[in-house]
Design a protein around this ligand. Structure first.
Ligand code: ADP
Length: 403
């Protein structure tokens, strides 16, 4: 967090310096014109000379700052030639100082991704991407590009190797841990089940405790399974099967899987599918799991006697699935955080419901792995609508043979 803040501060400083530089360059252009006309007035000429000195000093300051910051800063002309690059940029991409300016972006970085990022920023205004430098143990760089008012592009490079390494370690740790936990948990779960089956022969208090053990081990087993799912999806190990998916049919079959659960909660489940829905490309089982998680929550947080509706519609470039409930809703402050792993709005409120706080996180990963997006709208006390959209042009997912 501290490192991130430091990066933020450095980036802000760098941005300020660059702005200063750009503003001064513009002013200088105007002033040079004015100076040509105003030399007849000695006082005005002196003022202009002084202003020029100050601007030159600001220029030098900005240049020092650009060199000083740890992030790489590269300026790219509209013809995709590097016109300036600081020392950090050379270091990050493993080049000798002074060997980037004058080359094309492709030559300077030997990576077509960077060229793509610069090109996108030139046309769209800004772009973001992650690149791995192709030298032995080269860093992973986050590249942010922004078009300047003068039509050039500033490319800022941040080394995120350590962050990515830690994320990988965390994912592997969770995966190993959940693997280790699964076997003893399954045994405890089975034993609790057997005890519960003999509840009649137990004193009432003991029977009640056995029932609680059975429920809680069930929750634990669910959490471990979800943790394993999440780490697999996050690390990309989970096989992605690419197929034509009819999201209307998928919504109907997923709702059917939850019908018993909904009946037990006295919640009606409706599915409304728009006609002539196009299919999307994706992994049916995984998208079904994402929808199941949303539906499960919707029923879980709905009052008895209310209804949950799944709507499937198509837009120009995507198919949208929305799950609407009339439950307790989510406070505005919590809304931006609910897709984080383990996040629960109010632990006391959801304790009885026995969730793990992982369901939405899993849903988000699945949807994003399909190049889609997921979001939630909610009014506290009135209900929530969770939606996701899967693009019609499928992502570049490698098909898993026979999967
Ligand atoms: P959980 O397993 O706890 O349901 P999720 O990741 O699925 O974990 O959800 C995270 C939290 O978001 C829940 O604990 C709950 O506080 C809130 N939440 C999710 N869906 C709804 C909903 N439909 N209505 C109200 N709150 C919800």
């Amino acid at each position: 967090m501290g490192a991130l803040l430091e990066y933020g501060a450095l980036l802000a400083l760098l941005a300020a310096a660059l702005l200063l530089l750009a503003a001064w360059r513009q002013r200088r252009g105007v002033r040079q014109g004015a100076a040509g006309r105003a030399t007849a007035d000695p006082a005005a000429a002196a003022r202009l000379a002084h202003a020029d000195e100050r601007a030159a000093a600001a220029d030098r300051d900005a240049a020092i700052l650009v060199e000083l910051v740890g992030v790489g800063a590269v300026r790219v002309a509209p013809d995709l030639t590097v016109t300036a690059a600081n020392e950090a940029a050379h270091r990050l991409v493993g080049r000798k100082p002074g060997t980037m300016a004058g080359r094309s972006v492709l030559e300077a970085f030997t990576d077509h991704h960077v060229e793509e990022i610069a090109r996108t920023a030139l046309t769209a205004g800004s772009a973001l991407g992650e690149i791995s430098v192709r030298i032995e143990q080269g860093p992973t760089l986050l590249a942010r590009a922004r078009r300047t008012s003068g039509g050039d592009v500033w490319l800022v490079l941040e080394d995120v190797s350590e962050l990515r390494r830690l994320q990988r370690i965390r994912t592997e740790f969770i995966d190993n841990l959940s693997h280790e936990l699964r076997t003893p948990l399954t045994t405890v779960s089975l034993l609790a089940e057997m005890l519960a089956a003999d509840a009649d022969s137990l004193p009432p208090k003991a029977a009640e405790r056995v029932a609680r053990i059975e429920v809680e081990t069930g929750h634990l087993a669910q959490m471990v399974n979800e943790l394993m799912d999440l780490s697999r999806i996050e690390s990309g190990v989970a096989a992605v099967v690419v197929d034509d998916v009819d999201l209307g049919r998928l919504a109907a079959s997923t709702a059917d899987r939850l019908r018993l659960f909904a009946e037990r909660h006295d919640v009606a489940l409706d599915v409304v599918v728009a006609p002539a829905l196009p299919v999307v490309r994706g992994d049916r089982e995984r998208i079904g799991q994402a929808l199941l998680n949303l539906l499960h929550n919707a029923v879980k947080f709905s009052p008895a006697g209310s209804a949950v509706t799944v709507r499937v519609t198509s837009a120009e470039t995507e198919v949208i699935v929305a799950v609407e409930d009339h439950g307790q809703g989510i406070p505005r402050t919590a809304l931006p955080r609910i897709f984080e792993r383990f996040y629960k709005v109010d632990r006391a409120r959801t304790r009885g419901a026995g969730g793990t706080g992982l369901g939405l996180s899993i849903a988000r990963h699945i949807v994003e792995a399909h190049g889609g997006r997921i979001w939630a709208e909610s009014e506290e006390g009135l209900g929530s609508t969770f939606s996701f959209a899967i693009p019609l042009a499928g992502p570049n997912l490698a098909a898993t043979p026979g999967g």
